[in-house]
Design a protein around this ligand. Structure first.
Ligand code: UN1
Length: 530
C-alpha cells in the first residue's frame, strides 16, 4: 500500500469506496470523507453515497441469493463462518490498525475489538452443527411433532462506527449462519472498516449477493428501507445507534408488522456500596468512563456512590483520571493510552453541546481543562500532538442531581457524572431513573447488595465488581427501555432474531385425527381422598 507523509507521520493512502450491488449500477448521489480523527488531514476513505433505489436493489439481489443459501446445509454454512474467523485472525493486525486509523480507538482496544469477531465466529461455526429444532410428543398416537428454525430471509443491518467491525459481526455472522442474506449500511465515518470486513467475508467463501455493503446517508437509508419493507424485500432490521433513530426504525418496522433488533444508547450506572473495594471501583470507572473516549454504548454514565465513600472515591478517581494517559491512539506499549480522540467531527460538535450542560452546581474534576485539548487548553502529559485531532479533556462532573440534563441523557463522550445515595433502594431508583437499560455495575463485597441490585435494576446486563463495558461475545447483549426493545444479540439468544420457529406435525395413523377432539384420556376418580 502506498504511503504519504502528513503532519509529521506516515499514513496509509486514501481509498475510494462505492457500493457494489450485484446486477445494478450504483449512481453516487454525493461523496463523504471518512477522516482519521487523530489526524483530520488524513482522509482514510472518500465514500460515494448511494441513493434509496440502490438500497432497494441490494435488498432485491439479496432476496434472490438468499433462497439458494438457505438450501446449503447449516454445517456447511458453518464452515464458511469458520473460514471467515480464520481470515479475521490472519488479518487481525491490519484490521486493528485500520480501526485505530479510521475511528481513533487505542490500538490495544482495537485489537480486542477484532478478537471479538473471532470469538463470534468461533461460537457460530459450531452453531452450524447445532441449530437445533425439537421433536415434540403429540397428544395423539401415530403422530409426531417437530420444530425447525427457519431463516427470516433478508436482514437489513445499520450500524454505528464506535465498534466498526465487532458489532457488525454480531449481526452478520449469526444472520448468515442461519441462512439469511444481509444488506449492510455501515456508518459513513467507518466505511473503510466495513469494506475490509466485507472483503474478508467474500474471501471466506460467501457467495455473491449474500452480503452487500451499501454506503448511504441516513435519509437515503431510511427511504430505501421503507420502500424495501413495503415491497416485502426485508424481513428483519438490525440497528445499532442512537435512541432517537432507533425509535424511528421501530415505528417504520411496526408499520410493516416487523420487530427490529435494536441496540441503542445507554446511561449506564455504577453503584459503589460502603463495602466496595474502592481502588477496584476506580479502575472500573476509568475504563468504563473513558475507554473508547466514553463512546461505547456500554460506557459509564453516572457513578452513584454511597455517601460514606463518596468523598474518598471522588478523591481517588480524580487522581486516577488526572494521571490517565490520553493521546495518540496508535502508539505501542510504552505509549499506550486509555483514551484517544472522539470518533468523528460530528460527534465532537455534539459533545461540545453536552458540555454546556455543566452548571455552577457541579464540580468538574479529572483534568486541567474542559473541552477540546489545544495549545491554549492543554492536557498535562498528553501523549503526542493534540493539534491534529479531535481530542477532548476527560471530565468528572461531581454533584450531579437527578433533575440535571447530564443525569438523564447519554453524553457519548469522555464525561462521567457522580452523585451520592443513602440506602440501596435509593441507589437502584437513581440507577433506573434515566430510563435506559443497557448495562449497569455494582461494586460491593456483600452478596445481598449484589443480588438486590440485580433484581431491581432494569438493565439487560449487570456487572458485579466489573466495569459497565466489556461484555463477552457469547452472553446475551441488549437493553430495555430507551436502550432497546428487548431484543438480544450474541450467543444462542440472537438466533431468535434471525430465525423464526416453524412447527410441523406428521400424522402417520392413516386417518384424520382431530386435535383436542379425538383424544382418549384415562378416566380419573377426582372424588378420591386419602
Ligand atoms: C457497543 O458499544 O455498541 O461490552 C458495544 C462492550 C463491548 C461492546 C460494546 N464488548 O463494551
Amino acid at each position: 500500500m502506498s504511503r504519504r507523509r502528513s503532519a509529521g507521520r506516515t499514513v496509509e493512502r486514501m481509498q475510494t469506496l462505492r457500493s457494489l450491488v450485484p446486477g445494478a449500477p450504483v449512481p453516487a448521489l454525493s461523496t463523504a470523507d471518512s477522516v482519521n480523527p487523530a489526524d483530520t488531514a488524513d482522509v482514510v476513505a472518500r465514500v460515494e453515497l448511494a441513493g434509496p433505489e440502490s438500497f432497494v436493489a441490494a435488498a432485491r439481489a439479496a432476496a434472490e441469493a438468499q433462497r439458494a443459501w438457505a438450501a446449503v446445509p447449516a454445517p456447511i454454512r458453518g464452515r464458511v463462518i469458520a473460514a471467515i474467523g480464520r481470515l479475521v485472525e490472519a488479518n487481525a493486525e491490519t484490521l486493528a490498525q485500520l480501526v485505530t486509523r479510521e475511528v481513533g480507538k487505542p490500538i490495544a482496544e482495537a485489537r480486542g475489538e477484532v478478537q471479538e469477531i473471532v470469538d463470534t465466529c468461533d461460537f457460530f461455526l459450531g452453531e452450524g452443527r447445532r441449530l437445533y429444532g425439537q421433536t415434540v410428543p403429540s397428544e395423539m398416537p401415530d403422530k409426531q411433532l417437530f420444530t425447525f428454525r427457519v431463516p427470516v430471509g433478508v436482514a437489513a443491518v445499520v450500524t454505528a462506527g464506535n465498534f466498526p467491525v465487532a458489532v457488525p459481526s454480531w449481526y452478520l455472522v449469526p444472520a448468515l449462519l442461519a441462512g439469511n442474506a444481509v444488506v449492510w449500511k455501515p456508518a459513513e465515518y467507518a466505511a473503510a472498516c466495513a469494506d475490509a470486513m466485507a472483503r474478508i467475508f467474500v474471501a471466506g467463501g460467501l457467495p455473491e449477493g449474500l452480503l452487500t455493503v451499501v454506503h448511504a446517508d441516513g435519509a437515503a437509508t431510511s427511504a430505501g428501507l421503507e420502500t424495501a419493507l413495503g415491497a416485502g424485500l426485508v424481513q428483519k432490521v438490525g440497528f445499532t445507534g442512537s435512541t432517537e433513530v432507533g425509535r424511528r426504525i421501530g415505528e417504520l418496522c411496526g408499520r410493516h408488522l416487523q420487530s427490529p433488533c435494536l441496540e441503542l444508547g445507554g446511561k449506564n450506572p455504577m453503584v459503589i456500596t460502603p463495602s466496595a473495594d474502592l481502588d477496584l471501583a476506580v479502575e472500573g470507572a476509568l475504563f468504563g468512563g473513558f475507554g473508547t473516549a466514553g463512546q461505547r454504548c456500554t460506557s459509564l454514565g453516572t457513578v452513584i456512590a454511597h455517601e460514606s465513600v463518596h468523598d474518598e472515591f471522588v478523591r481517588r478517581f480524580d487522581a486516577a483520571v488526572r494521571a490517565m494517559p490520553v493521546g495518540e491512539p496508535g502508539g505501542e506499549k510504552d505509549a499506550w493510552v486509555v483514551m484517544g480522540p472522539l470518533l468523528a467531527p460530528h460527534f465532537a460538535t455534539r459533545y461540545e453541546e453536552y458540555l454546556t450542560w455543566i452548571g455552577s452546581q457541579h464540580t468538574v474534576l479529572g483534568s486541567t481543562g474542559i473541552g477540546r485539548i489545544t495549545a491554549d487548553n492543554p492536557r498535562e502529559g498528553f501523549v503526542g500532538d493534540a493539534s491534529t485531532g479531535l481530542y477532548y479533556h476527560p471530565v468528572i462532573v461531581d454533584g450531579i442531581r437527578s433533575d440535571d440534563e447530564l443525569f438523564r441523557t447519554e453524553t457519548f463522550g469522555p464525561l462521567v457524572g457522580i452523585t451520592s445515595y443513602t440506602d440501596l433502594e435509593e441507589a437502584i431508583t437513581l440507577a433506573n431513573a434515566p430510563g435506559y437499560g443497557l448495562s449497569s455495575a455494582i461494586y460491593t463485597t456483600t452478596a445481598t447488595d449484589a443480588f438486590r441490585f440485580r433484581m431491581g435494576i432494569g438493565a439487560g446486563m449487570v456487572s458485579v465488581n466489573n466495569s459497565t463495558s466489556g461484555a463477552e461475545a457469547h452472553l446475551p447483549f441488549g437493553g430495555n427501555g430507551k436502550s432497546g426493545n428487548g431484543s438480544r444479540q450474541s450467543g444462542v439468544w440472537v438466533l431468535d432474531q434471525f430465525t423464526r420457529w416453524q412447527s410441523m406435525n406428521w400424522d402417520y395413523s392413516g386417518r384424520l385425527q382431530k386435535a383436542q377432539m379425538d383424544i382418549e384420556t384415562p378416566s380419573a376418580d377426582l372424588d378420591f381422598r386419602l
